[in-house]
Design a protein. Structure first.
Length: 822
């Protein structure tokens, strides 16, 4: 293991080992994480040889529209050696004429090269006979990085490079093209952000995103633009040999999304001449609304790093883990909804080109699902820059690339803590690289994040940070019950306990470990896999085996350590509903589950098949209706979300919103009614009311739900009911032969329990057709028709409850019942 500026003599090596031992015991700094740091590029000596040659083909890359392409490099040397290596430089002109002299440690007065290559290979990598023949061919995979490339042959190894030959340049068709989209949740649950990189300054082209519902009308939303320069860096190598222009980082905010809708998007730049530059098309599924009772799946891990698929950079420890984790997540992309990468992302450590490499590696994931990040020591830490740990782990980046390249819904990007609401989950993401102790600004944020969640709506409360602020039995953390940062849990455990945090996740330690439900170093629950009811403590899980070199455990596991695995892997959370949560640990090598546990609990005081996370917009709450039997408040409304109300009364007035107007209905019959208010939509949202009928299908909420008649009728455009049999919704299911709106079983589905009607084009609710007297939602014959078999029925009653594209099912009440606008 080498450090820049450290000689190879015996004394220096022993001092280095001693120093590293001290550091590992205190701050866990890993030298040599970044292979490019092995190259002492500023010591390069010019040694061009007329008999040496190196050539690269093809000249033009990405001719099929790809952001990645392969280059074949042929080289010949008259004096081949096992120390010969080939570096890839971008821009292609890599001499030091434009590089400032900094006078750093080990610098010559006038270095010929002051910029590190973006990757390298030894010349004998694919041909062991190179040292005899002096000829070989190498394959490099390049990504679009906004500039051209050239290849240089060096002798003398990495520590004493001698430049022997330089190749021709190669370039992508459009080096400035928009690339590597990164989705992230916005500050509101119905907002998605899209961040990408390009070579276009805002003075040169206007950035925007073209997006809309899949198959529907597309709109354009402008993007903001950020960048940073060499002076934004805090030290070397980020300011010196590691510097590379990051291009321009654009972020667009896509708002007012419908929960669980599939949207398509593409990145665009309008040039000054009116022409457009486009990316390829991508798609994502919008987030569930807070409290939505549907299947929600979360991936969480840390410390993945990056690796090269062409075997360059000699990532001996990273290539298996990092690529395996990436490939498993790509393979499983349809089976999760959001990713949390909790720190230590590319391990660029001051070599800025590696951020492009990382965003390219994960783009198939980050372009499809939100890719949320946390700040790690290798992103943020640098002495005297405000980081809590005064170490040089970031290589002079001091958080700037991470904060610019990735969006998080934080109030201040320099303070990387934030909350994220995702359906049944509340995530409180801490920044372990800033002070979290009691009295600090971050401590107040953490408590506020934990305290403000409504557990009836969002039962699953998750805390996460990069460093283990809780528990880990990693070898350098020392004695049982104590570790490197005991102040972490000493400060935070009373918050975890007070607010009943379910699980705390960490990275930093490069392995997997699960801790029992714990408080003050003591297990508080004897169960190991199936937790139910009140757990009495927080389960701590280390998921730092994303790809970086693995960490060792203590020889004997502490009593609170339930499962340990020194291997690469990631965690997966699955919320089935309000009452049942599953966690799985999967290995990156095969994607199989090696550890798991469940939590079953019921936070809801009113069980229903549908539950929404918002207060009613002016309608009287359920409790007051039950207590007073009074009609709802008659206040002004605007289109927006309401919530399900279930109540019984001899005379009840129900209000709802449609097309910007308030409507109400008075029912004279004794019955139970469900009310759901939906937002304006195209077609406009509307409310549909249906009294309970014994002929309705049974409704069984998953887990600890209730069985009984379903009192609400179809609401087109209402929140999805995925995974809840018997509930109609845009992402519903087919259950016991009944047809449900948006069901994946819409083709060859049955509505009467016995007949197969054939294939139904499109999605039920918009493009269906009637058949044999049954009505498919959205058909022109929808009025006056009914679905047979006792599933759903209704008829048009009065005015104001309608939709251009759907069916409004209204109550079958006494003749003379009136529907009036007020």
């Amino acid at each position: 293991m080498k450090m820049k500026g450290v000689t190879g003599n015996w004394l220096s090596m022993n001092l280095l080992i001693l120093n590293m031992s001290i550091v590992f015991c205190h701050n866990h700094i890993n030298f040599g994480e970044q292979p490019l740091a092995k190259i002492v590029i500023h010591k390069t000596v010019l040694a061009l040889h007329t008999s040496a040659s190196i050539a690269a083909l093809p000249f033009l890359l990405g001719t099929k529209g790809d952001d990645t392409d392969w280059v074949t490099v042929e080289l010949e040397s008259p004096h081949p050696s096992s120390d010969d290596w080939v570096g890839v430089f971008s821009p292609a002109n890599f001499n030091s004429s434009t590089c400032p002299y900094t006078g750093g440690v080990g610098w010559q007065d006038e270095p010929y090269i002051c910029t590190s290559p973006i990757k390298y290979k030894f010349a004998n990598h694919s041909n062991p006979k190179y040292t005899k023949t002096g000829k070989t061919t190498l394959q490099f995979q390049l990504i679009n990085q906004r500039a051209d490339f050239s290849f240089a042959l060096f002798s003398g190894g990495l520590s004493n490079p001698r430049l022997v030959a330089v190749s021709n340049s190669v370039s992508f068709v459009n080096p400035k093209a928009p690339v590597y989209p990164r989705l992230a949740l916005g500050k509101s649950w119905d907002e998605m952000t899209v961040t990408w990189t390009s070579g276009y300054d805002i003075d040169e082209a206007v950035p925007f995103v073209e997006w809309g519902p899949k198959g529907g009308k597309q709109t354009r939303t402008p993007a903001g633009t950020l960048t940073f320069n060499r002076n934004s860096m805090c030290g070397e190598p980020a300011r010196t040999v590691g510097w590379r222009d990051p291009g321009f980082i654009h972020t667009s905010f896509l708002k007012e999304l419908w929960p669980n809708f599939r949207y398509t998007y593409r990145l665009g730049h309008m040039l000054s001449d009116g022409s457009y530059i486009w990316s390829k098309k991508y798609s994502f599924k919008a987030s569930p609304y807070p409290g939505q009772n549907s299947l929600q799946r979360v991936i969480i891990f840390g410390d993945m790093g990056k690796a090269e698929r062409d075997d360059s950079n000699e990532y001996a420890d990273y290539q298996p883990g990092s690529l395996n984790t990436t490939d498993q997540l790509v393979k499983d992309l349809d089976n999760y909804d959001i990713v949390f990468h909790i720190g230590d992302m590319p391990y660029a450590n001051g070599y800025i080109s590696q951020w492009d490499q990382f965003t390219a590696q994960v783009q198939e994931i980050s372009s499809t699902v939100p890719y949320m990040i946390a700040s790690g020591n290798h992103e943020r830490d640098w002495p005297n820059t405000g980081s809590f740990f005064d170490t040089p782990d970031s290589g002079g980046e001091c958080g700037v690339p991470a904060e610019t390249m990735y969006y998080v819904p934080a109030e201040n990007r320099a303070k990387f803590w934030y909350k994220a609401d995702y359906g049944l989950f509340r995530f409180c993401i801490a920044d372990s690289e800033h002070d979290w102790r009691e009295g600090s600004e971050q401590y107040k944020f953490i408590e506020h994040c934990l305290a403000t969640v409504d557990r009836k709506h969002q039962p699953w409360l998750i805390f996460s940070a990069h460093r283990p602020l809780g528990y880990s039995s990693n070898a350098w953390y020392g004695m049982e019950g104590s570790f490197e940062e005991p102040m972490g849990r000493e400060s935070l455990q009373k918050l975890w306990q007070k607010y009943k945090v379910d699980i705390a996740f960490y990275g930093h330690v490069h392995n997997y470990e699960r801790i029992c439900p714990i408080y003050q170093n003591q297990c508080v629950n004897s169960e190991k896999h199936e937790y139910s009811g009140t757990v009495n403590g927080t389960i701590h899980v280390v998921v730092g085996g994303g790809g970086s070199h693995l960490s060792d455990f203590t020889s004997a596991p502490p009593v609170w350590s339930l499962y340990r695995d020194r291997d690469y892997g990631f965690g997966k959370l699955i919320a089935f509903n309000h009452s049942y949560l599953l966690f799985e640990y999967k290995k990156s090598s095969d994607g199989k589950v090696y550890d798991s546990f469940t939590i079953s609990r019921d936070y809801r005081d009113v069980l229903a098949c549908v539950h929404d996370g918002f207060a009613a917009l002016g309608c009287a709450p359920l409790s007051s209706l039950l207590q007073t039997n009074s009609p709802p408040s008659r206040t002004a409304y605007s289109d927006g979300w309401g919530y399900l109300q279930r109540y019984s009364d001899a005379q009840v007035s129900v209000c709802w919103i449609e097309r910007g107007r308030l409507w109400d209905k008075t029912y004279l019959s004794l019955a139970v009614y469900d009310v759901f208010i939906v937002p304006e939509w195209d077609p406009p949202g509307f409310i549909s009311l249906q009294p309970v009928s014994p002929a309705r299908q049974e409704c069984q909420a998953e887990g600890r739900g209730v069985t009984g008649v379903l009192g609400s009728a179809l609401v087109l455009g209402s929140a999805p009911r995925e995974g809840v049999p018997g509930v109609l919704g845009l992402a519903g299911v087919s259950h016991r032969g009944r047809v449900y709106l948006g069901s994946s079983a819409r083709q060859e589905c049955r509505a009467d329990g016995g007949c197969t009607w054939g294939r139904v084009p499109g999605v039920l609710g918009s493009t269906g057709v009637p058949s044999r007297g049954r009505v498919y939602l959205g058909s022109s014959a929808r009025q006056g028709y009914r679905a047979e078999g006792g599933c759903i029925w209704g008829h048009r009653l009065g005015r104001g409850v309608s939709s251009r594209d759907g069916v409004s099912w209204v109550p079958r009440l006494d003749e003379g019942a009136e529907l009036r606008e007020r």
